[in-house]
Design a binder for this molecule. Structure first.
Ligand code: SF4
Length: 502
């Protein structure tokens, strides 16, 4: 059991990909026998302990290297309740030590050619390159700045290889004209609505097309989820293509869970060539949530921050991850998931800032049922000075039943206050739970609308299969898209032809 890591969990070291000679193997065993007990090291070969308060993040079941997932809590990891969330522990210790700003550095995915190998040799090589005398002088210098620079000169090349070069800075998009309709509306200052459509479970597309047609006039864009809860369905990519063919604006959701770095890059090049302009990067639910038999449950190839970093560089620098030039770089408006209620708002704001720095231009948040808690999170984002760098759409779900309310109250990262549960309970007894769910959603939207211009730019509806209710919510909350409102005659004609569900 590691001595200092709060994970208190022994996990085996990774094995090197290729056969090693005796000397290399001996060095690996030596490094592991020191760093394993001390830091919970798993020999990832790309050491970043300097940035993570000396706690190895490879204890995270998803292998996340840039911060916690949306399921993190102070109690335990949402995938394995027998252990704490190691990223929560890293955040706690970093804040205690005043090292939290180090957590903003965008860290690379693993280089699997190095996995299982020692990092000590890389460190010694860097010291030799800098000069032993200079290093000794720098580390013993009076000035804290010199000590820091020397230290960084030794360790930065280990954690930031040439092909990545991550940093802690904000990188504004390198284009000026909006690349999608959603971006155009947000730039124009509209309070927008987007809505999620769950892709079909079979290859039949009639219901999907019906949902797209019935919803597209009421919202700025339609999100297509990417195997939510790790349950296979029609790919988000195919649904987005169908939406484009039906003149709707899609948001292509891409989760890291089922993707390699190569596959991510080729998919977005293909999707943008076919007209998709909004891409939402998410780490994705763990395969632990999927039905059995389960796929690999450990170590994603990428996390959401790394996806954003790769895609932003493809667009703005015209470069693949391996450095090859892209002659005609793809154009897209990049989004990410945000989670106001996952861990404590201070930690979460830091995590959101990292996503913004990496490339997120808009956030669609997890479900919000508590506006006070939302305000705390917004205040933390304001403290981090990022509210003018990202458009935020707040996740709202109309609750269909008491059962759904109870289920939502147990979802990691969702906070459903007791008064809402009580309301759904009473409505359930009275037999009007669906209507109560819609009223709760409308009340939340009317309060959230007041934050327009103060960090919030719209609503993201998640109807969870209840797509027919979207038009009603949009109309009754007074959020019909502008041009539709201007044309009152066509709106009336449209309403007559498409009676909304009550
Ligand atoms: S809660 Fe998420 S971030 Fe934390 S250890 Fe578990 S998988 Fe990793």
């Amino acid at each position: 059991m590691p001595g200092f890591t709060p994970g208190r969990r022994w996990q085996p070291a990774y094995s090197p990909f290729k056969k090693e000679n005796f000397g290399d193997r001996a060095l690996q065993v030596l490094e592991y026998s020191v760093k394993g007990p001390l830091f919970g090291c798993r020999m990832c070969g790309n050491c970043l302990l300097q940035e993570t308060a000396l706690i190895c993040p490879m204890e995270c079941p998803k292998g996340l290297r840039n911060g916690p997932c949306g399921g993190s809590t102070s109690e335990h990891c949402y995938i394995d309740e027998t252990r704490p969330c190691i990223w929560y522990k890293i955040y706690e210790r970093s804040f205690q030590l005043g090292r939290e700003e180090l957590l903003l550095e965008v860290l690379p995915p693993l280089d699997w050619e190095k996995v299982g190998q020692d990092t000590w040799r890389d460190i010694f090589r860097n010291v030799a390159k800098l000069g032993y005398k200079k290093v000794a002088g720098g580390l013993l210098a009076r000035s804290a700045e010199t000590r820091k620079l020397t230290w960084d000169g030794i360790f930065r090349p280990v954690r930031q290889p040439d092909w990545w070069q991550g940093d802690s800075k904000y990188h504004a998009p390198a284009y000026t004209e909006p690349v999608s309709e959603l971006e155009r509306r947000l730039v124009a200052g509209e309070f927008v609505v987007t809505s999620e459509i769950a892709p079909p479970l079979s290859s039949r597309t009639d219901k999907l097309i019906h949902n797209i047609e019935e919803t597209k006039h009421y919202v700025a864009a339609l999100n297509f989820t990417d195997n939510a809860s790790a349950i296979p369905r029609m790919t988000s990519w195919a649904c987005s293509q169908i939406a484009v063919a039906h003149e709707a604006e899609p948001v292509l959701q891409i989760s890291a869970r089922n993707r390699s770095r190569g596959n991510l890059q080729s998919e977005v090049i293909g999707a943008t060539a076919l007209g998709v302009r909004n891409i939402l990067c998410m780490t994705g639910d763990s395969a632990k949530l999927s039905p059995s038999p389960r796929e690999k449950m450990e170590i994603n190839d990428l996390d959401a921050v790394q996806m954003l970093w790769i895609l932003r560089r493809m667009r703005d620098e015209g470069k693949y991850l391996d450095g090859r030039e892209i002659k005609y770089p793809p154009k897209f408006f990049l989004g990410a998931a945000a989670s106001p209620f996952s861990s404590n708002p201070v930690f979460q704001a830091l995590r959101e800032q990292k996503k913004i720095n990496a490339g997120a231009q808009f956030f669609q948040t997890n479900l919000v049922f508590d506006v006070n808690g939302l305000e705390n999170w917004l205040n933390e984002l304001a403290r981090r000075n990022v509210l003018d760098k990202v458009y935020i759409l707040i996740g709202i779900a109309p609750i269909k039943s008491l059962k759904m309310a109870v289920m939502l109250s147990e979802v990691p990262g969702v906070y459903l206050p007791k008064h809402i549960l009580d309301r759904m309970d009473r409505a359930n007894v009275a037999g009007n739970a669906r209507e109560e769910g819609v009223q709760i959603a409308l009340e939340l939207i009317s309060v959230i609308k007041r934050y327009h211009g103060q960090g919030i730019h719209g609503i993201h509806l998640m109807p969870v299969g209840w797509d027919e209710v979207v038009p009603r919510i949009v109309i009754e909350s007074g959020l019909m898209p502008k041009e539709f409102l201007f044309d009152q005659t066509s709106q009336q004609e449209w309403n007559n032809a498409h009676p909304i569900e009550k």
